[in-house]
Design a protein around this ligand. Structure first.
Ligand SMILES: [Zn+2]
Length: 397
């Protein structure tokens, strides 16, 4: 099917895109990214970032700008054809870093280091820049564009931010583009299924010397951890586990009354994930055979897999745009806000702004040179998607 690359190249040659592309200021977007990164935004505490984005949306001239109860900041750029399903462009604002994290940014040989800078302050900065570019040049493609800086993508947010946006706007949407700061060159068109369990172990407790040999919640939890670590999940389809958090006990010379762990399970295939979760639950049942120990398991995260064929026009569009930018496209599965949208049946791709590494670590960095081509391909993708009729085909002349 040649239609999509033709559509993209005709959009790239349009006067609209020329004015957009000429106004792209990568340096300014990087500065915005740093300004956003300096506002702490652990999952559930995105309010200040949301307010910052809201103010930028208002200043840009977006319509229907607001922040909802979950700290999602949204705004609408009106399209020319009210009947056309809208395009959603989103970037998550939350980070995995606690509010007390040192957010100092430093530059070193084309790399900008700072916790949360690539994931996802750069994505949010690109989102703001896109809204400003469309407004500054008064470009109204057929479809409305909803710009959304959403909460709760990371950790235990469970994609509740983007789900709330879907609940509010879903009926009006025809497609979505999710921006992740460091994903340049990747086109995520399918989700990885994720389940997260919290397991609490409880015991009566006691004195480390006087009651030695009696059950301890920490010992019980370690026993469970060892059982889980002995499991070998399937390589194909790729299935993984991680015990990411563990807490417990109250003093070094006491038998622990309570201990808990958080377990993250992922798979390319939802059926494999279900089967692997059953195996994990058998481990929990086996550990619970110990006398006077109780285990309680709760599901604290459930991300659906969702899937869009990589031949879908939106996925092809993302690839064609990268092609024009001279960046090789890699089609992949991911775990992003797109999971929830894809699972709801909305054609969605996740794409990047730049390259980078060490996400979720203190030494996270982005490369600054790719930001300019990254913004270029993003602007072209948004324009091409807003010009495309996802029910009927291309509308560009
Ligand atoms: Zn992210």
């Amino acid at each position: 099917m040649k239609m999509v690359p033709l559509h993209v190249s005709s959009c790239a040659q349009s006067a609209h895109f020329h004015s957009l592309a000429q106004a792209i200021d990568a340096q300014q977007v990087i500065q915005t990214a740093v300004a956003i990164q300096q506002i702490p935004a652990p999952t559930f505490e995105e309010q200040r970032r949301a307010e910052h984005v809201r103010d930028r949306f208002i200043a840009a001239g977006l319509r229907d700008v607001g922040v909802d109860a979950l700290h999602n900041a949204v705004g609408r750029w009106p399209g020319a054809d009210p009947a056309r399903p809208a395009l959603l462009v989103s970037a998550h604002t939350d980070t995995v870093f606690p509010a007390t994290t040192d957010l100092t940014v430093r530059e070193e040989s084309g790399r900008l280091y700072g916790p949360g800078l690539g994931d996802n302050s750069l994505g949010v900065a690109a989102l703001i820049a896109l809204a400003e570019l469309f407004a500054m040049h008064d470009i109204h493609p057929p479809a409305d564009i909803w710009f959304a800086a959403n909460s709760r993508e990371e950790g235990l947010g469970n994609l509740d931010g983007i789900r709330a946006i879907w609940n509010a706007l879903g009926a009006r949407l025809g497609a979505a583009i999710v921006i992740e700061g460091m994903a340049l060159g990747r086109v995520y068109h399918a989700g990885i299924a994720v389940r997260r369990l919290r397991v609490i172990c409880r015991a009566p407790g006691g004195h480390s010397w006087l009651h030695f040999g009696q059950p301890s919640a920490v010992h019980g939890l370690i026993d469970l951890g060892a059982r889980i670590m002995a499991l070998t999940p399937p390589r194909e389809p790729r299935t993984t586990f991680n015990i990411g958090l563990i807490h417990g006990g109250h003093s070094v010379n006491s038998l622990a009354c309570e201990a808990d762990l958080y377990l993250d399970l992922r798979s390319e295939d939802p059926a494999c994930l279900q089967a692997f979760e059953r195996t994990v639950r058998e481990c929990i049942d086996a550990a619970a055979q110990a006398p006077m120990l109780t285990f309680t398991t709760t599901v604290v995260g459930d991300r659906p897999a969702g899937h869009m064929d990589h031949a879908h026009p939106l996925a092809q569009m993302a690839g064609a745009v990268l092609d024009l930018a001279g960046i090789p496209a890699v089609y992949e599965r991911g775990s992003t806000d797109a999971n929830a949208l894809l699972a709801s049946g909305l054609p969605t791709v996740t794409v990047g702004v730049s390259r980078g590494a060490h996400s979720h670590r203190q030494d996270e960095y982005i490369e600054t040179p790719p930001v300019a081509p990254g913004l270029w391909q993003l602007a072209l993708l948004v324009l091409s998607a807003a010009e495309w009729d996802f029910q009927g085909g291309p509308s560009c002349e």
